[in-house]
Design a protein around this ligand. Sequence first.
Ligand SMILES: [Cu+2]
Length: 257
Amino acid sequence: MRKAFALPTVAIAAAAFPLLTMGTALADHDGSYQASLGAVNSSGVSGTGMVTLKGDQATVTVKASGLLAGSPHAQHFHIGAMGTCPTNDLADDADKDGFVSVTEAAKYYGAIGTSLTTEGDTSPDSGLAVDRFPTAEGGSYTYERTFSVTEDVQKAFAAGTAVLVVHGIDKDGSGAYDGDIKSDLDPSLPMEATAPAACGPLKAAQMGTMPAGGAETGAGATSGTENQAAIGVGALAAVGAAAAGAVAYRRRQADQA
Ligand SMILES: [Cu+2]
């Protein structure tokens, strides 16, 4: 009895599966990610980051304010560590030079994965290409660019360990990057030019474009692909609870692949 009942269920699920495959062919990191930028080094900087990943293409928007005006601000995706930001300026200043340096923050947010330059190369090699980073006219900027990102960066987004970091502070209030303390990254630069000013973990947006989003949140599937799948099953005029369950099961399996 059970096998006789199960056969049409499998057939219905198989009929619907090609539709589901269209959705699950997307890379597992595809979707939207958001960061809320918090101040590091008591910079007073705040802002937001938005990244939409589709395959290896990243569309990036960064809005930051409270920055040293008229100066370039290096900005990166950092990857490969805890996916967090320094939490306590004093405790994280291990060498007690008055700055939480990039080196001291690395245990939280990792190394540079992508340099968010305005043009040209976006690799870690451009990490301090100050002539190709946004300049904060009036103390703020909006940055928008689409480019390809490497596989290690894509994986960091999926793993929740990608962090948006904006650098450059004016700790002594002189109106410029200066001071006696040299950068831990490049001793030809003042520490003020490279110390992190703002940091925010990039987390998957609640309202993403991923077809998996509807399944993960339970009832109320809203994506086009899932609606097509439901219609496909319905057209077979055999929509029982068993069939719906089988489709949902296949969908979960596909999501976890
Ligand atoms: Cu950085």
